[in-house]
Design a protein around this ligand. Structure first.
Ligand code: PMP
Length: 426
């Protein structure tokens, strides 16, 4: 038995499902997850000492690759001064100033420890600010595991949502309206049916939790116009896309100024750190200034802030995103060429350092189109690549991530591995 299997069995004894976050368990692709012992640059090594070229990057944060020396050094320096104080530190000002400088939508920002906290609070803030309860989210978008967000569409298009997890009260789900992504008429109809009642739209401005799905220009514009006209808040959930698709995030690419923004992953450089922020008049409603409560023992943790600052400083270097984008484009072109050569029905696309691969003729525009792709074939491809030492996210519904540490050779090796994997599928 491999050491990975031994560890997985041992983990299952005292950890539910053997994992501390469900998708790590390989539930949708089957098999035993590798246990990672270390990472360096573009690679991770599992418990059997097998090396993988990693396109998960801790699900997005590791844009500089694993154990980047400058990030590790910043973390070590901060840790030597103490791990947590529960009192303000100067580095928090540096990070807040930097974030507000990089994103015009941010007048003010608050640091938290996870994306879930950021989105949960952004929604509370939108509700507290507007005095309204209803929330619009889109099918296939994930915003963390707060009750009001674990909701799926009801039977009719404009019916209220149903809980998508046990333990979520129907009454909470009832205030969430779930609409199809990229569907402008559905969005217009939701505002027409609920005038003055919608507190906020929360959206992944480039979706990455139903695999990568790009928004249409019309959809992006409609969200901004409809919220503005109705007095609702537009929340860009950039936990995944923030500092991943470009230096000014998806909002920079779209030329849109959202009212509130949530950040996570890259902003913490691999440490538990996330943030939410936006318009000064909305942020003024937050405790201790205003009536909307939010708090955190480890919020703005000095070690996490040091990792985030070091990461952001490095990705601000001139040419960083041009190079990362070129690498990611080269990767998806290599995969597509390998698929074409094998006669496989396959498509791939990327934005900045984020990519999607699909076992379908063209890149999907919505959750239902993603669902129509060939999942069994993805699973077989995933395992063939894993055998080859290439680690993709273990699900057909996840985006992939390239880091600055991936070099020419890694990308060539990946394309060659994919060619062999596609051959195996035939
Ligand atoms: N929003 C988005 C867009 C995400 O991708 C995620 C995590 N994948 C979250 C929120 C939740 O973040 P966390 O896992 O840090 O709670």
């Amino acid at each position: 038995m491999s050491r990975n299997q031994t560890l997985f069995e041992a983990a299952c004894k005292h950890i539910p499902g053997g994992v501390n976050s469900p998708v790590r368990a390989f539930g949708s692709v089957g098999g035993t997850p590798p246990f990672i012992q270390r990472g360096a640059g573009a690679y991770v090594w599992d418990a059997d000492d097998k090396r993988y070229i990693d396109y998960v990057g801790s699900w997005g944060p590791l844009i500089l690759g694993h154990a980047h020396p400058q990030v590790i050094e910043a973390v070590q320096r901060a840790a030597a001064n103490g791990l947590s104080f529960g009192a303000p530190t100067a580095a928090e000002i540096d990070l807040a100033d930097l974030l507000c400088d990089m994103l015009p939508a941010l007048d003010q920002v608050r640091l938290v420890s996870s994306g879930t906290e950021a989105t949960m609070t952004a929604i509370r803030l939108a509700r507290g600010f507007t005095g309204r309860d209803k929330l619009i989210k889109f099918e296939g978008c994930y915003h963390g595991h707060a009750d009001s967000l674990l909701v799926k569409a009801g039977s009719g298009l404009l019916t209220f949502g149903n809980p998508s997890s046990a333990g979520v009260p129907a009454a909470v789900a009832a205030d969430t309206i779930v609409l199809p992504y990229n569907d402008v008429p559905a969005l217009e109809a939701a505002f027409a049916e609920n005038p003055g009642k919608i507190a906020a739209i929360i959206v992944e401005p480039i979706a990455g939790n139903m695999n990568l799905v790009k928004p249409s220009t019309a959809f992006v514009k409609a969200m901004r116009t409809l919220t503005e006209n109705d007095g609702a808040i537009l929340i860009y959930d950039e936990v995944m896309t923030g500092f991943r698709v470009g230096l000014h995030c998806a909002q920079g690419l779209h030329g849109i100024t959202p009212d509130l923004v949530t950040l996570g992953k890259v902003v913490g450089g691999g440490m538990p750190l996330a943030a939410f922020g936006g318009r000064a008049d909305i942020m003024a409603k937050l405790a201790p200034l205003g009536p909307v409560y939010q708090a955190g023992t480890l919020s703005g943790n000095p070690v996490a802030v040091a990792a985030g600052l070091a990461t952001l400083q490095l990705i601000r270097q001139p040419g960083f995103f041009e190079q990362l984008t070129a690498k990611t484009t080269q990767l998806v072109n290599g995969l597509q060429a390998a698929a074409n050569a094998a006669g496989e029905t396959f498509s791939a696309q990327s934005v900045g350092g984020m990519f999607g691969v699909y076992f379908s003729k063209s890149a999907p525009q919505s959750f239902s189109e993603v669902m129509a792709s060939d999942k069994a074939r993805f699973n077989a491809f995933f395992h063939a690549l894993l055998d080859e030492g290439v680690y993709l996210a273990p699900s057909a519904f996840e985006a992939g991530f390239v880091s600055a540490a991936h070099d020419e050779d890694d990308l060539h090796q990946t394309a060659a591995a994919a060619a062999r994997a596609f051959e195996k599928l035939r």
